[in-house]
Design a protein around this ligand. Sequence first.
Ligand SMILES: C[S@@+](CC[C@H](N)C(=O)[O-])C[C@H]1O[C@@H](n2cnc3c(N)ncnc32)[C@H](O)[C@@H]1O
Length: 302
Amino acid sequence: MNRWISSELLAQFDDAGTSAHRLFTSPHAWVERLGCDVLISFKHDAARDEALAGLREWEVQTGFQSARVFSRFLPKQNAERVAPVLVAGDPAAPLESVVTECGIRYGIDFGAGYSAGLFIDQRANRACVRQLAPGRTLNTFAYTCSFSVVAALAGSKTLSIDLSKKSLDRGRKNFELNGLPLEGHRFLADDVLEVLPRLERRGEKFDLIILDPPTFSLGNRGRRWKVEEQMEDLLRLALELSAPGASLLVSTNCTKLNRPALERMVRFVLKTARLGGDISSEPQLPDFPDGAGAETLWLRIR
Ligand SMILES: C[S@@+](CC[C@H](N)C(=O)[O-])C[C@H]1O[C@@H](n2cnc3c(N)ncnc32)[C@H](O)[C@@H]1O
């Protein structure tokens, strides 16, 4: 799967108002465009150097000129994650920038830690949210609230939950970047697994629920979250909060939960909850080869 995107695809992204997308994917590295800048993610130094040399060739072929190139090591353990480092370009330029996806603006910060602010493999799912135009959206593990932004642009009231207050502050900024007032939108810095039962007790219901958790994390009071062990419980809690006809996005990067395993789990939880539902997926993204990016499925409650 060593391949760079074509000039034609690059032009299609520009025409669609999208400046955040993949440029290259190989087994040991991938390259993303984030506005004027480029980020190389690599598993070892040789893969980084090869991707950088490939980028320079691809730039000559397509006429795209990156302002800066950052790189970040992809460690096996979360604890070893570090922020991207500048490989080429002006070291005095601000680390914050803005990218667009279908004309929607999102803040990027190369100094904020391992992740710069937008998971580009969720592009098709964000587009799907905009089409669904839900009335009430629950965005769990919301990070910088990109799903809430698209839902709000489609007229939804939103509740974004994330442990990180800093990420939610960036989420509020993403609302502002798109001229969205904050009224009707809630941002809750708390543990999803503690908040969902509270919402259920209050009788809250949602038309769209986003479940895109990390593979591993430490929640309130050091509670360990491991997606392959707890996704089922999370889905059960989410079903309690689903309005009739609600849509749920179930997504993970965990290699142990591939598409068939995810679908089996969803069908099992539906059955035990005595609910009917339809499962579907968005088509493969043109800049992501098969198997790259998150495994996702949509569940529509009948
Ligand atoms: C993979 S990111 C989610 C990406 C997001 N869905 C998006 O598309 O932008 C994981 C997020 O989950 C948050 N998180 C991890 N454990 C959590 C928990 N137990 N409760 C709430 N948020 C949590 C992290 O702070 C981080 O922002």
